[in-house]
Design a protein around this ligand. Structure first.
Ligand SMILES: [Zn+2]
Ligand SMILES: [Zn+2]
Length: 448
């Protein structure tokens, strides 16, 4: 069993409480070991809204606001709306300028806008996927991009089937320049694949929408399209071949950091995936997800409470605020730094666009929001370091936690605070990804 949160707090090293602000906008002077560091981009949740246009009637700016008035619409978008094309294009132009030749890019899904089913169709979803794919390829013609399918990358949304269909077939065509025939074969059948991306590094792209609560078509299945069986076989083969593995998917494992007792996918699948990832934690050097539109991390602990996995949830490019969301997020993209010797994650460089400023200035000044290691004084982003970060954030009055929460919203508003219950669910979701340990954390935290 895991150890209790009270135990963790008692063991907290004092030096972790010291927090330094990032000192510079450019991190080119950062050195890691022998200086040989791998890099890759991560983008997610583009949610292109082709209807977006600035007009006097604020309820008519975009279909994705669902008749809510836009808050302060400008060329780069509005917090009530999904992304105008200009916002998406500005993100890619910035990335190309900042790092034109990373090792690869991962793209964790959700291209179409949040609109009523009647506003879209299978063909429109395919057209939007084609648009975003072509935009990336135009700016990064020689880069390999590894996509994962999101719950919006289907019509009607969330209902991704366990069998081949028009959309899996369409994306297999669109992504044929990036993926090998073997990967395209499983993508076409079930929306998932694996591919060797570097020597001894395999990327596994899962279709976690098959396990997503609102997906009615997979509701009573035990292993839709055999993906779990395929995953175990793939991980077993990787172990035989002495490969490391990166897992990417749209809907993450674990618990939502902004809702009580709520797993992002169906709980039974969360348990099964966590168990499997624990079994193969010696190979899995990182897990990378999207879907929540917020910036968060999780650490996957083993059954004895040992940190075994680094889990990253990247914020969205869309600034769209849901009808029940208390706040929004600024658009973000990120770069990971990794150790080419064992593919362990060394750092996260999170970039963002201050949307209000961009609209006011009429230009898009994408900039570094933070470096994970500098912001929280960590040696790297490996499981042990993320675990220490979680422990320091759990401290009462932790100043680092306010910083973490501001980054959670991609610096949308640093006057919003998160205390009490809000903080409890953040901390428990960061530290515990399975049902038993998460429930224990929630009980412990409520008496602190
Ligand atoms: Zn999304
Ligand atoms: Zn999503």
């Amino acid at each position: 069993m895991h150890r209790s949160v009270l135990y963790y707090l008692a063991c907290l090293p004092v030096h972790l409480l010291v927090v330094a602000a990032p000192t510079s906008n450019k991190l080119h002077n950062v050195h890691y070991g022998n200086g040989n560091v791998g890099k890759f981009w991560h983008i997610s949740d583009l949610h292109l809204d082709p209807s977006y246009h600035v007009t006097k009637d604020r309820t008519k700016v975009c279909l994705s606001s669902s008749d809510r008035p836009a808050s302060d619409p400008g060329a780069y978008g509005d917090y009530m709306c999904d992304s105008p094309y200009q916002l998406i294009s500005s993100a890619f132009q910035f990335m190309k300028h900042e790092s034109p030749q990373p090792d690869f890019m991962i793209w964790t899904g959700d291209s179409p806008p949040h609109v009523r089913a009647e506003e879209l169709s299978t063909q429109q979803v395919i057209d939007i996927l084609a648009n975003t794919t072509h935009t990336i390829r135009e700016l990064f013609p020689s880069l390999t991009v590894y996509p994962a399918v999101g719950n919006h990358d289907y019509w009607p949304q969330d209902q991704l089937p366990a069998t081949t269909n028009e959309i899996y077939q369409a994306v297999a065509k669109l992504w044929a320049g990036w993926l090998k025939p073997e990967a395209l074969a499983t993508l076409r059948e079930g929306g998932f694949y694996s591919q060797l991306v570097r020597p001894q590094l395999r990327l596994v792209s899962l279709n976690t929408i098959l396990y997503y609560g609102p997906n009615n078509v997979t509701e009573n299945m035990t292993d839709p399209t055999g993906q779990l069986k395929w995953l175990r076989n793939t991980l077993e083969a990787s172990r035989q071949n002495i490969e490391k593995v990166y897992i990417i998917a749209h809907v993450p494992i674990g618990y939502l950091p902004y809702a009580m007792d709520t797993t992002a996918m169906r709980e039974v699948y969360n348990e099964r995936l966590v168990e499997m990832f624990r079994d193969y934690s010696d190979l899995i050097s990182g897990q990378f997800y999207g879907h929540t539109h917020r910036d968060s991390i999780m650490v996957m602990l083993g059954r004895q409470g040992k940190p075994l996995g680094s889990v990253f949830v990247t914020p969205s490019i869309t600034p769209w605020k849901g009808a029940r969301d208390p706040y929004s997020n600024n658009p973000g993209v990120r770069m990971y730094l990794y150790d080419p010797a064992d593919y362990g994650v060394l750092d996260v460089w999170q970039y963002y666009l201050n949307l209000t400023e961009a609209n006011r200035e009429g230009s898009s000044a994408w900039t570094l929001e933070y470096s994970l290691t500098q912001a929280f004084e960590l040696p790297d982003a490996r499981p042990q370091s993320l675990h220490k970060l979680g422990l320091s954030l759990a401290q009462p009055q932790s100043k680092a936690f306010h910083k973490y929460f501001t980054y959670f919203m991609v610096s949308y508003n640093d006057t919003i605070t998160c205390e009490g219950y809000c903080k409890t669910i953040q901390i428990c979701s960061l530290m515990f990804v399975d049902s038993d340990s998460y429930s224990a954390c929630m009980k412990q935290q409520s008496i602190l």
